[in-house]
Design a protein around this ligand. Structure first.
Ligand SMILES: *[C@@H]1O[C@H](CO)[C@@H](O)[C@H](O)[C@H]1NC(C)=O
Length: 443
């Protein structure tokens, strides 16, 4: 088998295993149930925001060290933090413990960046596209299986909400063991390319000094190590500047970051919303909804790959972004203002499908306008911005000690209008574009 295909399959297996978390669709019901007896306010306004803050703080660090540590160790960290999170979900009961495990959940989410960027360091450029879609497909498959598994087990009363966590823990453990088998990355993308004077002590230049380094050799190579970091940052800055001074990349990146922030908030709190929408019945179809959404999301992402060529022209693509954002805002408002659970489920699925379509198109457009070497950098940076915005949103509307501390329905109305504002922003971009070009014509 070709080397790149082997690596891709190994990475896919890890991603697939990691996504088998059947406890996720019912996590709110588990936390609020007799196993932990937490109130919705404690979960939504006290514990979950800890995860958001932890995710952002660690993403910044992990973003900076992933390349230096050469990817694989962080994929293992990803798996290990998963083991900690699901062990704590099973074997602790207090609110305090939930807050602590949220810190590790932040690590779990942040370290995922290593999974997505490993391919860029390990696989030749010509295979990027294929490997990226394969690893994404693996994630979709894992999520779909988890949703179906969760719904089936709950429907037939084969497992309760707590027992589902054992399956998640088993999957995280297998993923971690599998991660240890991944081939390591020999060279980093940034920290090895920089041209530097050769030094005697190679191990430290690889970022990992063995015991065989004598101390005087270390002192010799420290300045050049610093120099190496410096030139790596110059290279990063260069890639960064070239990418973001392109107007198209900038416009699409703004959507990417803003929409992703809203999307993460919506998916994180949707179960709490379903708990509130109809007080007379319990939300018992969460697993099925997740499975349907994953399946349709995957189909739509594939379709987007074929369709997006047709709104390549700047004007129609700005208009499309505006309309799609409006649709997403409308779907969220539908989800949160109805008092029928079924309609809320449908609204969420519509939102998820529109988002999957748009984000795939936007990602492809960004990728097309930047050089291959900048992929990890640009998408990592956009994610960082998204997370920062999401943290602000959390502090503004969710956190009990934040600004507004809205109830969950109030929060969703804010998210709905957030997407509508996004739609207006792209309408304004479009108007500027039209005015700008008609101005150029009259001169
Ligand atoms: C939760 O409440 C139920 C009913 O009051 C009780 O039986 C159970 O022991 C409580 N569980 C915890 C973890 O406090």
């Amino acid at each position: 088998m070709q080397e790149w295909l082997k690596i891709s399959l190994m990475l896919c297996t890890f991603g697939f295993l990691k996504e088998i978390r059947p406890s996720e669709p019912f996590i709110m019901d588990y936390l609020a149930g007799p196993w932990r007896n937490l109130t919705m306010t404690e979960i939504v306004q006290e514990a979950f925001p800890v995860g958001t803050y932890s995710y952002l703080a660690q993403l910044v660090i992990i973003f900076l060290v992933t390349d230096l540590l050469r990817y694989k160790p962080l994929i293992v960290v990803n798996g290990l933090s998963g083991i900690i999170v699901w062990s704590m979900l099973i074997w602790t009961t207090s609110l305090q413990a939930l807050k602590i495990l949220e810190v590790f959940y932040g690590t779990y989410c942040a370290a995922e960046i290593a999974y997505y960027s490993y391919v860029y360091a390990k696989v030749d450029r010509e295979h990027y596209q294929k490997v990226t879609s394969q690893t994404r497909a693996a994630i979709y498959c894992g999520r779909f299986l988890a949703g179906v598994l969760a719904q089936t087990l709950v429907y037939f009363n084969a497992m309760n909400y707590k027992q589902l966590n054992y399956l998640s823990l088993a999957a995280q453990t297998s993923a971690t063991v599998w991660a240890l088998l991944l081939p390591s990355v020999k060279t980093s993308m940034y920290f090895h390319r920089a041209a530097l004077p050769p030094t005697m002590c190679t191990p430290i230049n690889d970022g990992s000094c063995g015991n065989d380094c004598s101390s005087d050799k270390i002192s010799v190579s420290i300045p050049s190590f610093k120099q190496k970091i410096l030139s790596a940052f110059v290279l990063i800055w260069l890639h960064f500047k070239t990418s973001f001074t392109n107007l198209t990349v900038l416009q699409w990146s703004i959507w990417y970051a803003l929409a992703m922030a809203g999307y993460i908030q919506v998916t994180a709190y949707i179960q709490a919303l379903w708990g509130e929408v109809d007080q007379t019945q319990r939300a018992v179809w969460n697993g099925a909804v997740e499975a349907i959404l994953t399946l349709l999301g995957a189909v739509v992402s594939l379709l987007a790959g074929y369709i997006h060529g047709s709104f390549l022209r700047p004007r129609s693509s700005l208009l499309a972004l505006s309309v799609l954002s409006l649709g997403q805002g409308g779907a969220i408002l539908l989800t949160s203002t109805t008092n029928q659970l079924v309609i809320s489920y449908v609204g969420y699925i519509v939102f998820g499908i529109l988002y999957a379509f748009t984000i795939t198109t936007v990602s492809a457009e960004i990728a097309k306008n930047i050089s291959d070497d900048s992929f990890g950098l640009v998408f990592g940076f956009n994610t960082l911005i998204a997370l920062s915005l999401q943290t602000m949103l959390t502090f503004a509307v969710t956190d009990s000690s934040g600004w507004f501390a809205l109830d969950v329905i109030g929060q969703f109305i804010v998210y709905g209008y957030y997407f509508i504002v996004l739609s207006v922003i792209y309408l304004l971009f479009l108007i500027c574009e039209i005015l700008g070009s008609s101005c150029r014509n009259c001169q």
